[in-house]
Write a protein that binds this ligand. Structure first.
Ligand code: ADP
Length: 274
């Protein structure tokens, strides 16, 4: 039964209802199988990605034991251990976020998410990284907007977009977070002047664990999960995420989410540099 192949043709005129039912069942079975494959790939990828920093930390710990007489070397190894454990923490955090996303209760999607707060949090999270490379974070557009959804998921999505914009920007550039809305949806655009993305890569960057040429990146911290979280948050909320990018010039990611019109007090206009 497991190897049941879909029929090549189904004669709909003979038994329309029955064959449609069979087709639907087969489609269900194919979909189930695909979901199972994706799940298995994901577990394999996560295991692989977890093993890398754990292995590095073990080797570094051994190096610290061997270098007990050399304080300078101990300090160097310890600092690399910290980088690797940060990476591990980020990975675990994002995997948990992804699995929570998959278990989102439809009822939770009706929550009120104040967008100003979400944007402020996202900017805060990236402020240190931005300041260390003189990247200016600018927030502009409509204030007082509210999204209909799950607060921590909307926050995770916006934070990921801002963190990416800063991470893939050059020194002394600008990252703009712009909010606007119509009666139905809220749009949050994150605009950077960074390295950009080649057209051939654009399709793939939303895949789990996909990273464009990791060697080219200054940051070693990336997990390749950020944009898949953004995509899932958009899909779960009945929204969308769009990207425009020119290699060497910069990218704009726009997250579209349903507006919670009953509660927001949208007022167009203000600009603030953070
Ligand atoms: P990562 O943890 O590597 O940032 P993401 O899923 O967030 O993973 O992004 C996937 C890849 O897409 C990144 O590795 C990077 O190559 C590319 N990318 C994402 N955001 C940007 C951006 N603002 N500018 C240029 N490249 C980006």
């Amino acid at each position: 039964e497991r190897d049941l192949a879909p029929p090549l043709t189904v004669n709909a005129r003979v038994a329309p209802l029955g064959s449609r039912l069979v087709l639907a069942m087969l489609e269900d079975r194919t979909r189930e199988r695909r979901v199972e494959e994706v799940r298995r790939d994901f577990v394999a990828n996560v295991s692989h990605e977890l093993k890398t920093p754990v292995g590095a930390i073990k080797i570094l710990a051994e190096a610290v034991e061997d270098a007990a007489e050399d304080p300078e070397a101990v300090r160097r190894f310890a600092s690399r251990m910290r980088v690797e454990s940060d990476r591990l923490t980020e990975l675990v955090h994002q995997v948990i976020e992804l699995s929570r996303l998959q278990a989102t209760d439809p009822g939770d999607l009706q929550g009120v998410v104040p967008l100003d707060q979400v944007v402020a949090e996202a900017v805060d999270t990236s402020a240190l990284d931005a300041a260390s490379r003189d990247v200016t974070l600018v927030v502009r557009g409509e204030t007082g907007l509210a999204v209909r959804g799950v607060p921590h998921l909307v926050s995770a999505a916006v934070s990921n977009l801002v963190a990416n914009a800063v991470a893939y920007s050059g020194d002394h550039t600008c990252v703009v977070v712009e909010t606007r809305a119509d009666e139905r949806v809220v749009e949050i655009s994150v605009i950077d002047q960074g390295i950009g993305i080649a057209p051939a890569e654009i399709e793939r960057i939303f895949e789990r664990f996909y990273r464009v040429d990791p060697a080219r990146h200054r940051s070693t911290g990336g997990t390749g999960l950020g944009l898949s979280i953004v995509k899932h948050v958009a899909a779960t909320h009945g929204g969308d995420v769009k990207v425009w990018s020119v290699e060497g010039q910069g990218s704009t990611f726009t997250l579209v989410l349903p507006r919670h019109l009953a509660t927001d007090t949208g007022t167009p206009g203000t600009e603030a540099a953070a």
